[in-house]
Design a protein around this ligand. Structure first.
Ligand code: GCW
Length: 720
């Protein structure tokens, strides 16, 4: 008896061990895990979603069917019947009016939904109760399928559905800064997922999973290579490889784009110049465009970084950015391709405040760009800092298609390990009021084209995807990829709602987990701002690699690569005077904002040192001096990371071991590095302020010389 029950016990624990091994998670499945719903929900969902009726047979329709089948099988824990006709109640019918007579007969409000929008409705058709996912085009159906699954993944009712959704932005693009040797500029998730050497013959199954993930959040374009582009991208060898990727992505509604190097005609084919007005150059690009479209008929277009950080460009020939962009746009226009021309330009030969240069360059060109050009503007006027005010270009070029570019990879926010949810940062930018057409002229309205009725609209994110099993370098970095896609679909979504969706799908729907984790995410970016660059400071990171603090650096290749250029600390105070007494960058904003930012007392604390050089003893709104407040921000930042660790530690019971441990370890790294940031910055700034720390504040752990002596020659993601 005893032996029998012992054996039985062993058997049971072996089964349990197997079961938990089967459930071990490493993050590969992203937010598309489709784990079984709880019993209570099973009862509510089961009858409603067990038969899939597919209309249409295109690869995209099949992708929608496969995803629904996979999702429902996982969520409901049983096989799903595939059918081509409606036989009973509770089926899910999906397709377009063109391929389903039932859908055509329902007179659904599809007219305004374009090719990508969709409706999801609970209906009765032919006497049967159905859920219908319908769109004008197959890709809309696919997006609708993901939406339907998301409802179940986040435990929402699917009983009386009446959903209509349409993307507010046309081009929703992930920019890979991937080099052809598989290193990734500013990539912290391993190497490039494009295995160029094995393409086009070997198609890593990961490409399909990548496409599924992108489609699930509505991303419809992928720039395959780094903006610091290599010319080989445009050779026949690589065109074939890219065409193979395009074939994988096509069913998922994703087009491929290339970054191109301005001087490619010279470097590949020995042309004498790359002057955009030179007929030989024009002919070269036209022929190249034709060749590309021969290989990839639905190729998206070019992304260009020109005359920026040493890249060649039209200005090398005394031509403008518009001359350059339009020449490429002409070559692409017959094929319906677009040019995304980056406004991230600044020159070491230009003594003007770096944050003013993009505006100075592009505002005079307003109205000069062709219809199929989009000027791509980073969210802030500097460079993807933890916090910047919005770029004044938003609102200043009504006759130009403008794209918002954000950085998903955390070059300036702690690389892979720091937990920083960026949905809040992007929401802050999108909600910023440009006042371009009076109050309410938000960046979101510029970007979605509604403010100026622009022809093309776009949002681009610099991706954080790499070969790591978890795709993005950490579990929580997945949330930033996710949030990017959701905001590009609808820039009016709230960062909190997006975070909650993501947490529910990625971890669990258990309230005891969801609420604290969403709160933790919502505060996390501000926490990074606090321990890195509070009160409007910027760019204090280690020069080149951008890892850790180095506010003292003053010997970089050019003045505006030095942290000292960005904080200007001296015996009197700290911060950059960008008012009329300084660089007058404030004048690039609409008058109400310019007035506000010029007035020291009216400038929000979060932008204080961005716009003003402020005395150490300046009395802040809280009544404290600037110096004391600066130290407090740095200290709070570290304390907040400690709180995040405590929160996470309590959540162990809700998370599978691998993802729990990885996150716990990364939070420990984050706390260590937050303290490093605090201590190094305080030690350094104190040499200028010459004031004691406020009472109760711990002194830096090491003398300043220690922090200055640290060096990091092999940090990931650095262009070498
Ligand atoms: O923030 C900077 C990065 C560069 C990058 C540049 C850009 C691709 O440090 O690595 O170059 O932005 O956006 O072009």
């Amino acid at each position: 008896m005893k032996i029998a029950s012992l054996l039985q016990g062993l058997f049971v624990s072996a089964i349990l061990a197997l079961a938990s091994a089967a459930h071990a998670e490493d993050g590969y499945d992203l937010w598309l895990r489709y784990h079984p719903v709880e019993k209570e929900w099973l009862g509510r969902y089961r009858t409603d979603a067990t038969t899939l009726v597919t209309a249409g047979s295109s690869p995209t329709a099949r992708a929608a069917r496969d995803e629904l089948a996979r999702g429902l099988r996982g969520l409901l824990g049983r096989a799903v019947k595939l059918d081509d006709t409606i036989r009973g109640n509770g089926a899910v019918l999906f397709g377009t009016p063109a391929n389903s007579r039932t859908i055509a007969g329902l007179n659904l409000p599809l007219a305004k939904l374009g090719a990508e929008g969709y409706v999801i409705r609970s209906v009765t058709a032919r006497g049967r109760k159905l859920t219908v996912i319908a769109a004008n085009g197959d890709v809309g159906v696919l997006y609708g399928a993901f939406h339907f699954l998301r409802l179940m993944q986040t435990r929402q009712s699917i009983d009386h559905l009446d959903v209509a959704s349409v993307p507010r932005i046309q081009y929703r693009i992930l920019d890979h800064w991937d080099n052809l040797d598989r290193t990734v500029e500013r990539g912290y998730a391993g190497f490039s997922i494009w295995d160029w050497q094995k393409l086009p013959d070997y198609l890593d199954p990961r490409y399909t999973d990548y496409a599924r993930a992108q489609a699930s959040i509505g991303v419809n374009g992928v720039v395959l290579n780094n903006v610091g582009a290599q010319t080989a991208m445009l050779t026949p060898l690589y065109l074939k490889k890219a065409a193979a990727l395009a074939d994988v992505f096509r069913p998922y509604g994703i087009k491929v784009y290339f970054s191109v190097r301005w001087s490619t005609p010279m470097e590949l084919d020995g042309l004498k110049s790359a002057d955009p007005l030179d007929p030989a150059v024009i002919a070269w690009w036209k022929a190249k465009a034709d060749e590309i479209y021969g290989a990839i008929p639905d190729f998206g277009g070019f992304l260009v970084k020109a005359n920026s950080e040493g890249q060649p460009g039209p200005q090398d020939y005394k031509r403008t950015h518009a001359d350059g962009a339009n020449m490429l746009a002409d070559a692409l226009a017959p094929h319906h391709g677009i040019v995304m021309w980056r406004a991230f330009v600044y020159s070491q030969n230009n003594p003007v405040d770096r944050v003013k240069q993009a505006y100075d360059e592009f505002v005079p060109l307003d109205g000069k760009f062709d219809d199929n050009v989009i000027v791509q503007v980073k969210n802030g006027p500097l460079d993807f800092q933890p916090r910047e005010p919005f770029s004044p270009l938003f609102g200043a070029t009504p006759k130009t298609n403008l794209a918002l570019e954000v950085q998903i990879t955390k070059e300036y926010l702690g690389f892979a390990t720091h937990l920083a949810y960026l949905g809040t940062m992007w929401q802050e930018v999108l909600e910023s009021d440009t006042y371009a057409r009076g109050p309410g002229s938000t960046v979101a309205k510029v970007v979605d084209g509604s403010l100026f009725a622009n022809k093309l609209t776009a949002m681009a994110g610099v991706g954080n995807v790499g070969t790591d099993r978890n795709w993005t370098g950490s579990q929580f970095n997945q949330a930033n990829w996710y949030a990017f896609g959701r905001l590009a679909w609808n820039p009016n979504l709230s960062a909190r709602a997006i975070a909650e969706e993501w947490v529910r799908m990625t971890f669990t729907n258990d309230k005891a987990f969801v609420a604290p984790v969403v709160d933790m995410m919502m505060g996390s970016r501000e926490t990074v701002v606090d321990y890195m660059t509070p009160l409007g400071l910027a760019h204090l990171m280690g020069t080149g690699h951008h890892y850790g603090p180095a506010p003292w650096v003053d010997n970089a290749g050019r003045p505006d690569w030095n942290p000292v250029y960005y904080h200007r600390a001296d015996a009197q105070g700290i911060g950059v005077d960008r008012t009329p007494t300084g660089s007058n960058a404030v004048a690039q904003y609409a008058p109400p904002l310019a007035a506000q930012f010029t007035d020291l007392d009216k400038t929000p604390d979060k932008y204080l040192l961005w716009f003003h050089h402020v005395a150490w003893d300046y009395k802040m709104k809280s009544g404290r001096t600037l110096w004391d407040k600066l130290v407090l921000h740095y200290t709070h930042g570290v304390e907040d990371v400690a709180k995040m660790r405590t929160t996470w530690a309590k959540l162990r019971p809700y998370v599978d071991p691998q993802r729990y441990e990885e996150t716990a370890a990364y939070l420990a790294i984050q706390e260590k590095e937050a303290k490093w940031w605090r201590d190094a910055c305080i030690a350094y700034f104190q040499t200028f302020s010459n004031r004691p720390l406020p009472p109760g504040m711990a002194p830096p752990e090491h003398p300043l010389a220690y922090y200055k002596g640290l060096s990091f020659p092999y940090e990931p993601g650095t262009a070498r």
